[in-house]
Ligand binder design. Structure first.
Ligand SMILES: [Zn+2]
Length: 324
């Protein structure tokens, strides 16, 4: 899960992360921790959509109008929780038609998508979310823009975020056509080895007893990771994928019988982000191998969502294509 989140942080266009697994394994902690790790973002002070001052092309209506000079502010990368049962208005924003007609103003109350812009949108139990909300989220995540239309009025604003959904497949399946629109998927299980469990308890306890001291002790490690992510983002555009690697990606997907071409596209992008994170300029087979399970395991045709079987199948195909 940490690797998948890091890859999504390096390349936001990868298309979100789906996390299957047990409760109480630190899934939401991991999302929040990653956001806190990222450098604060520069925004135009007072903008409800967190516009970036250095990108005049992508400004919202509020910032574009009036030719005024913008003041920049630094804010933390947002992590927005999307609760089950959230209404569509709360998610996309509410357009007050009556006020708009009576006062001639665009009366728009931004929703959760506006708040998540340039950050993370986290949905616990995404498999229990209403289908039409999931469809809507995936559409906005893919287009990077939220469009609200009511009775001839229309509002649009940028909404680019990393969608992180978690869920327990035993409590309700995700429709297959939604599964493959997530970029990466990972499985989080309760650790079964003693040293890991002991270490988790030890660190959690240390944090509870002295949060400030704990944060200070880990600050150098976090700063190192932050520098790596920032460097990887900068390196990403110059990181090349040789034809041979693209061919291996395609062979892997052929051998697994994935539908469409989203599989190899995501696989190649994830491999590039991972290579950049590792400090490389050229993607190689080991990068592809490492990211193949999270990029492909949710794209296999199957009747039952048996995650372990899916991972095994991807691993078998990797052994076939790359030689064990
Ligand atoms: Zn703005």
């Amino acid at each position: 899960m940490k690797l998948a989140l890091l890859i999504a942080a390096v390349d936001q266009t990868i298309g979100g992360v789906l996390v299957f697994g047990d409760r109480g394994t630190g899934k939401s902690t991991a999302v929040r921790a990653l956001a806190a790790l990222l450098p604060p973002m520069r925004v135009i002070a007072g903008c409800p959509y967190a516009c970036a001052p250095e990108k005049p092309a992508g400004l919202c209506d509020v910032c574009r109008g009036g030719g005024k000079r913008h003041r920049a502010a630094l804010v933390p990368v947002p992590v927005v929780d999307l609760p089950l049962g959230a209404t569509e208005d709360r998610v996309v924003g509410a357009l007050d038609i009556e006020r708009a007609l009576a006062q001639g103003v665009k009366a728009f109350e931004p929703g959760l998508l506006a708040r998540a812009h340039r950050g993370f949108l986290y949905i616990d139990e995404v498999n229990l979310l209403e289908d039409h909300i999931v469809d809507l989220l995936l559409d906005v995540a893919a287009s990077g823009e939220n469009v609200v239309e009511r009775e001839g009025l229309s509002i649009r604003h940028p909404a680019r975020f990393v969608l992180v959904g978690s869920g327990n497949p035993e409590e309700g399946e995700l429709r297959p056509q939604l599964l493959d629109r997530f970029g990466l998927s990972v499985e989080v299980a309760t650790p079964t080895d003693l040293p890991t469990r002991v270490e988790v308890v030890r660190r959690r306890d240390a944090f509870e007893r002295d949060p400030a001291g704990f944060a200070a002790a880990w600050a150098p490690e976090e700063a190192k990771l932050r520098r790596r992510i920032v460097a990887a983002r900068r390196r990403l555009d110059d990181t090349t994928v040789p034809d041979a690697v693209i061919e291996q990606a395609a062979r892997l997907c052929l051998s697994l019988g994935t539908d469409g071409l989203r599989g190899e596209l995501t696989l190649v992008r994830a491999a590039r982000a991972f290579a950049a994170f590792e400090g490389e300029r050229v993607v190689a087979a080991p990068h592809l191998r490492r990211v193949a399970p999270p990029a492909l395991r949710h794209r296999l045709r199957r009747n039952v969502l048996d995650e372990t079987v899916a991972t095994t199948r991807v691993e078998r195909a990797i052994a076939e294509v790359f030689g064990a």
